[in-house]
Design a protein around this ligand. Structure first.
Ligand code: ADP
Ligand code: MG
Ligand code: MG
Length: 254
């Protein structure tokens, strides 16, 4: 079953074309990694998938579970099952994490035509999820992300993911700054939450995250499209040799 099918996608921001004919096919049960140099368009792609309003799709298609989602609002995509982990998670002082997650969860239920969950049932559910992602329950009653360390914020994202059970989780890692604990947290979460019916798109500049998440496919982005697809070995080759050889290979081929 195909979860995501992107065909010849072109997208612009402020009239500047960033994505220039991107193709990608993701099937259920798969983990795909997207790598590439800074500025190659990785984050733009994740934002376009999530429906960020600053980015305009100028041509091409994005099909998600058989539905063209390119005209949907971000929240509609979210409730349809697209999950984008924030690079910089929001802090929301005065709103408890538990409350925030309950509202998010109910919004998803509502979009599916289901009733709101009973508060006590939600408490049982969320406590079960915190256990799965190995988060201390005390984090549920703190303000959303306020004073959380980088690793704790990451774990909180994974908790959101565990709760919302997206059919496509997109994790866009910043090109710097994630310490090894945070990396492991993300990886553990992705590995633990992977199901045969869902897929993961892991975006990373460095190979090191892929030591913990073993992708089925590795794609390399350059100048707004995917220039090479391979297995995990491709990520290792990039780490060992850098990106230059690949860019030269491309130049020779074209
Ligand atoms: P990556 O995540 O691979 O480092 P990005 O998607 O962040 O790449 O950026 C790709 C290119 O698009 C860069 O040249 C960047 O400057 C440009 N870009 C991204 N977002 C914007 C924006 N909001 N306004 C102008 N340029 C942007
Ligand atoms: Mg960047
Ligand atoms: Mg980026």
């Amino acid at each position: 079953k195909t979860i995501l099918s992107v065909k010849d996608l072109h997208a612009s921001v402020d009239g500047i074309e960033i994505l220039k004919g991107l193709n990608l096919e993701v099937k259920a049960g798969e983990i795909h990694a997207i790598m590439g140099l800074n500025g190659s368009g990785k984050s733009t792609f994740s934002k376009v998938l999530a429906g960020h309003p600053d980015y305009e799709v100028t041509s091409g298609t994005i099909e998600f579970n058989g539905q063209d989602i390119s005209e949907l609002e971000p929240h509609e995509r979210a409730t349809a099952g697209v999950f984008l982990a924030f690079q910089y998670p929001l802090e929301i002082p005065g709103v408890s994490n538990r409350e925030f997650l309950r509202v998010a969860y109910n919004a998803h239920r509502k979009a599916r035509g289901e009733e709101e969950i009973d508060v006590f049932d939600f408490d049982d559910l969320i406590e079960e999820k915190t256990e799965i992602v190995k988060m201390n329950v005390s984090f549920l009653d703190r303000s959303v992300n306020e004073g959380f360390s980088g690793g704790e914020k990451k774990r909180n994202e994974i908790l959101q993911m565990a709760l919302l059970e997206p059919s496509l989780a997109i994790l866009d890692e910043t090109d710097s700054g994630l310490d090894i604990d945070a990396l492991k947290t993300v990886a553990e979460g992705v590995n633990k939450l992977a199901t045969p019916n869902s897929a993961n798109l892991v975006i990373t500049h460095y190979q090191r995250l892929l030591n913990y998440i073993v992708p089925d496919y590795v794609h390399v982005m350059c100048d707004g499209h995917i220039i090479k697809t391979g297995s995990r070995e491709l990520a290792l080759a990039l780490e060992a040799k850098g990106y230059e050889w690949l860019l030269e290979e491309q130049a020779v081929a074209s």
